[in-house]
Design a binder for this molecule. Sequence first.
Ligand code: CA
Length: 231
Amino acid sequence: MNKCQVLIVEDDPPIRNLIATTLKTHDYKYLLAKNGEEAILQASTYSPDVVFLDLGLPDIDGVEIIKKIREWSNMPIIIISARSEDEDKIEALDSGADDYLTKPFSVEELLARLRVMQRRISLLQSDDEMGEKSVYTNGKLRIEYAAGCAYNGDEELKLTPIEYKLLCLLAQNTGKVLTHKYITQKIWGSVWDSNVASLRVFMATLRKKLEDENVSYIQTHIGIGYRMLKV
Ligand code: CA
C-alpha cells in the first residue's frame, strides 16, 4: 500500500469516481469530499498528504478553501479546473495552490502531478532533517546560496542579479508552478504589466545561459507562469 493519502474534493460524481478509481488502482489511500465544507473538515481532521481540489464547488469557492487550508497547513494542493476557470486558476496559484490540472485530463497526467508532489514532500522532509540547505542541486545545475553563485557542472553561470534571483526563486519552488504575478512580486515587489514583460525577457536570457538542446529546467505555462522541473 502506498503511504500517500490523497483528499479528493470534487462535486461531479463521475470525475470524483474516476480519480478515486485511478488512485485505488495505483495503491494510494484516499478520502472523498463532495463540497467545500466537507473538504475543510476532512483536511483538518486527517491532514492528507496531497489535496486534489475542484475550484467550482457548490458551497464554498475553491480559492477560499485554499486560503483556509493555508492558514494552518502547507499540504500540497493540486487544483482541478475547467478551462473557463482560467482566471480563478491563477488566483488559486497565487493563494498558495501548488499545481493544477485542467479538465478534461488523462489519468496519466493526474498520476504524474501526484508523483511530483510526493517528490516535493520527500524533499521537504529531507530538508527538515538536514536543517537549512545551503546548496541546491538539480541535474548539472548547482546553486551555492552562501556564495551567491550558480554552476552548470563545473562552469560558473554568469548571471545578472535579477537572473540569479529568478533562478533561486524557481529552484526553491521546484515542481511548483509560479504565476507571473507571484514572481514579479517576489523579484520587483510590485505587479506592473511592464514587469511581466520584463520577466519574459529575463526568463529568456536565463534559459539561454542555463539550458541547451539536451536539458530543459524551466517549463513555460502559457498565460500563467513558470515551473522549475526536477531533471
Ligand atoms: Ca465542480
